[in-house]
Design a protein around this ligand. Structure first.
Ligand code: PMV
Length: 353
């Protein structure tokens, strides 16, 4: 296991290439057991486990030119979908400051980034996870050029570590199909500082679909940052942490033994518990919409009638993720379009092992 000190980097200016041009991409992820509540700087209160998506990605191109001497602050320009965005610029500035000790060479360049998502802008899909994971991959590609002797294990762990300093859940977007983030006493190699790959999916979980129903597009009323902070004083904090720790183990068992029913139960319990935490915070709030509940209720009816193993999960928003074996794609499409008469868009993504 690596410690944050292992990621501190020292270099000579002469080692740095004059220019660096590349394209980095990373997908979004969907948590099965959710990260909710922080301790310290982007450290999760509990262990989380997630699926890495395939199609919903951020793709970022970069051109970096070496400066004659390092600048005090990282010099950069960042275009998202061809436009400047002051909110992104502020987030990037904070991110560069946080990673400075671990990737000090970033101050020796003037950077130009151009970024886009393959999923609709402001669709409510976690774009900070894919966005920061793509940036971490770019920075670590430069580091790999300077230190080609670094092991693949170190490279992956540090990429996840850097991504985490941008956005917690981004730690889990740097590889797949399943990633675990946060120290767990019963799972070797887990760390609070970065996520690890877990690769023991039973063949029943070979290809998993994630249809994301876009109930609400645009910015949420209460950000995840605020929600995480409200967990500090939450009356159910300790219980929430211990339940999450147990559920990570139960999830691994279900995924390893191919048990969709057990997996689906945890998935739905976690989605509802995440939202229950929001509803019982002080101040309390609600991110589900009437349409969210309508879809969940219809899904439960549909599952009862058909016995198709289709389950839902939610992020910190109103959108509903339908998770099921990809072999049922056509049935679920028919159900969404004909029976549910959904007037909302949905994105069909998948997790492949
Ligand atoms: O990474 P953040 O700060 O956007 O938090 C994400 C939290 C959830 O999406 C609700 C859960 C998770 O584990 O991804």
């Amino acid at each position: 296991m690596f410690q944050p000190e292992d990621f501190i980097f020292h270099f000579n200016k002469e080692e740095l290439p004059e220019q660096f041009t590349t394209t980095g991409e990373a997908p979004s992820n969907i948590a099965i057991v959710k990260y909710w509540g922080k301790k310290g700087l982007q450290i999760s209160m509990n262990t989380s486990i997630s699926f890495t998506l395939t199609k919903s990605k951020t793709i970022t191109s970069v051109h970096a030119k070496k400066l004659s001497k390092p600048h005090d602050e990282v010099l950069f320009s960042f275009l998202f979908e061809r436009k400047e965005n002051p909110v992104f610029n502020k987030k990037l500035k904070d991110f560069f400051r946080r990673i400075e000790a671990y990737a000090p060479y970033i101050k020796n360049y003037k950077w130009h980034f151009e970024s886009r998502n393959t999923f609709p802008h402001s669709s409510g899909i976690a774009s900070s996870a894919s966005g920061f994971a793509a940036l971490a991959k770019i920075i670590m590609e430069l580091e790999q050029k300077i230190r080609p002797e670094n092991s693949p294990e170190f490279h992956l762990a540090k990429t996840s570590f850097i991504a985490r300093l941008g956005s917690g859940s981004a730690a889990r977007s740097v590889a797949g199909p399943v990633m675990i983030w946060g120290k767990h006493n019963e799972i070797k190699e887990t760390s609070d500082n970065y996520a690890i790959v877990w690769n023991h999916l039973h063949k029943n979980f070979n290809t998993i679909s994630d249809f994301i129903i876009l109930v609400e597009e645009g910015t949420k009323q209460v950000s995840s940052t605020t929600g995480h902070a409200l967990m500090q004083q939450h009356p159910f904090k300790e219980k929430r942490i211990s339940i999450a720790q147990q559920r990570v183990i139960q999830t691994m068992n279900a995924l390893e033994t191919g048990d969709w029913e057990q997996f689906g139960k945890i998935l739905e319990e976690e989605a509802l518990m995440l939202h229950a935490m929001m509803m019982t915070s002080d101040p309390y709030y609600l991110l589900m919409k009437p349409e969210t509940l309508k879809i969940i209720q219809s899904l439960w009816d549909y599952r009862k009638q058909t016995s198709i193993p289709v389950y839902f999960t939610l992020d910190a928003g109103a959108n509903v993720h339908l998770i099921f074996p990809a072999s049922y794609n056509n049935q679920i499409k028919d159900w969404l379009e004909s029976d549910l008469k959904l007037d909302k868009n949905y994105i069909s993504d998948y997790i492949s092992s």
